[in-house]
Design a protein. Structure first.
Lengths: 107, 148
């Protein structure tokens, strides 16, 4: 069973040695990632590479997963945007209801 | 003593007069477009579509390609997109999310057409990603405030 390191290092083109090293470092660091979503995507990438190394998936399929992960990141960013706006919206609603209507009438 | 009482009175008068304006100014200064409220129809549409897409993807691992099922699903995705887009600017994020999901489904379907039946590993990986995409959109809807 081929390891990810063997597979990456076995790729042709010596000019990309630095890129290979950077990539392997990035993959190895996935366990320390504090964000659960990012950690999950990096773990998936690690799994895809292992599958690619073992011939379970094709290069074309691997490329598709990279595009999928990019789409998932875009979706997650849109969710974060909604989360921030919803919190602010809730704050302003409470500000208007509790402070503006009730507290000011007591002043 | 008299001066202190007068100051308190002045403060109260000031607050009574200007506090609503201050709050209004804060609200307007925030300048952001609020998000639409939680919509149970959106939640239902997305959860149902997630199951339908997953089932369709399972069929992509077999030799039979059901083009009618694909067309039916594409129509439903389009209807959901039109519904979300129709809610206007406040629902921009969800409309964009549906667009991204539609693009993913189209790309995956095209892959099935051009490359043939999916292997077990390819099915598992692709299904995992499309289900996660729906899960994010469903969670997004649940994050929205309820209009009650």
């Amino acid at each position: 069973m081929a390891t990810i390191e063997d597979y990456i290092n076995g790729l042709k083109d010596d000019a990309t040695v630095l890129a290979k090293e950077e990539f392997l470092d990035w993959i190895r660091g996935s366990k320390d990632e504090p964000d659960a979503f990012v950690r999950n995507q990096r773990a998936k990438m690690e799994r895809y590479l292992a599958q690619l190394a073992n011939g379970e998936i094709t290069g074309e399929e691997f490329k598709q997963y990279v595009v999928d992960l990019r789409s998932l990141i875009e979706l997650e960013m849109l969710m974060q945007s909604v989360a921030t706006k919803a919190k602010a919206q809730d704050f302003v609603a409470k500000l208007q209801d509790l402070v503006l209507k009730r507290l000011v009438s007591l002043l | 003593m008299r001066r202190t009482t007068s100051l308190i009175h002045d403060k109260r008068t000031f607050l009574r007069r200007f506090f609503p304006s201050i709050v209004l100014a804060v609200v307007l200064a925030s300048g952001c477009t609020w998000v639409s409220y939680y919509d149970p129809t959106t939640y239902k549409n997305l959860t149902e579509l997630k199951a339908e897409v997953s089932t369709l993807y399972e069929s992509f691992a077999t030799s039979k390609f059901d083009s009618e099922a694909v067309q039916h699903l594409q129509l439903k995705l389009r209807q959901v997109y039109e519904y979300e887009k129709g809610k206007g600017e406040k629902n921009g994020e969800t409309a964009k999310q549906v667009t991204i999901i539609r693009t993913m489904v189209d790309r995956h379907t095209q892959d099935r057409i051009s490359a043939g039946p999916w292997s077990a590993a390819h099915l598992a990986n692709t299904k995992e990603n499309i289900e996660e995409a729906f899960d994010i959109a469903i969670r997004t809807e649940r994050l929205k405030n309820k209009n009650d």
